[in-house]
Ligand binder design. Structure first.
Ligand code: ZN
Length: 182
């Protein structure tokens, strides 16, 4: 038996599926056509669908600890990330890939604790953002991504989500910094 909370949640979901939204559910059953792939963290507080208020079918999501993408030729590479990337770019032809980092990331904090920062709070935020920028660079090492970006059919974005305030900051490739969305 599933936890009671999940059973209740599924009943609520089924009620929506049988109401006015049933046309949308039927359309989605035929195929998925998301325009955007999001690579995010497994953290339970940072569900991309929630952060972007997205409906089913809108986002193609890949999540791992600390939202990391290794270079395509790295021995540390994650085959499931590579497979998700290729499917999103080659089969679904997504127009955007968003690297979504977040504040209070346990994966990043675990790394930070082994370092000796002068200012732990600021250091961790900078590390979270640097990790997003690094994964953005690594994305381009995948031939399918590089080809689509050069053709102008795919745009890469970096973002950092602040769980405490709900604010989102976007990576600016010109300044290599993050700018908070108004
Ligand atoms: Zn995280």
């Amino acid at each position: 038996m599933l936890p009671q909370r999940l059973m209740q949640g599924h009943r609520a979901y089924r009620e929506k599926a049988s109401g006015p939204q049933r046309v949308r559910f039927a359309a989605q059953a035929r195929a998925q056509q998301p325009q955007t792939m999001v690579i995010g963290c497994c953290d339970s507080r940072v569900a991309p669908e929630t952060v972007f208020d997205a409906d089913p079918g809108e986002l193609f999501v890949c999540r791992n600890i600390a939202n990391l993408v290794q270079r395509s030729d790295s021995p540390m590479g994650d085959a499931s990330v590579a497979a998700a990337l290729e499917y999103a770019v080659l089969a679904l032809a997504v127009k955007h890939i968003v690297m979504l980092g977040h504040a209070g990331c346990g994966g990043i904090a675990a790394f930070a604790r082994r370092a000796t920062p002068l200012s732990a709070q600021n250091y961790t935020t900078l590390l979270e953002q640097a990790s997003v920028a690094m994964s953005l660079r690594h994305l381009r090492s995948y031939p399918c991504v590089a080809t689509a970006v050069e053709a102008g059919s795919l745009t890469l974005h970096g973002a950092h989500f602040d769980i405490r305030t709900g604010a989102l900051a976007l990576y600016d490739q010109h300044t290599a910094g993050f700018i908070r969305v108004a």
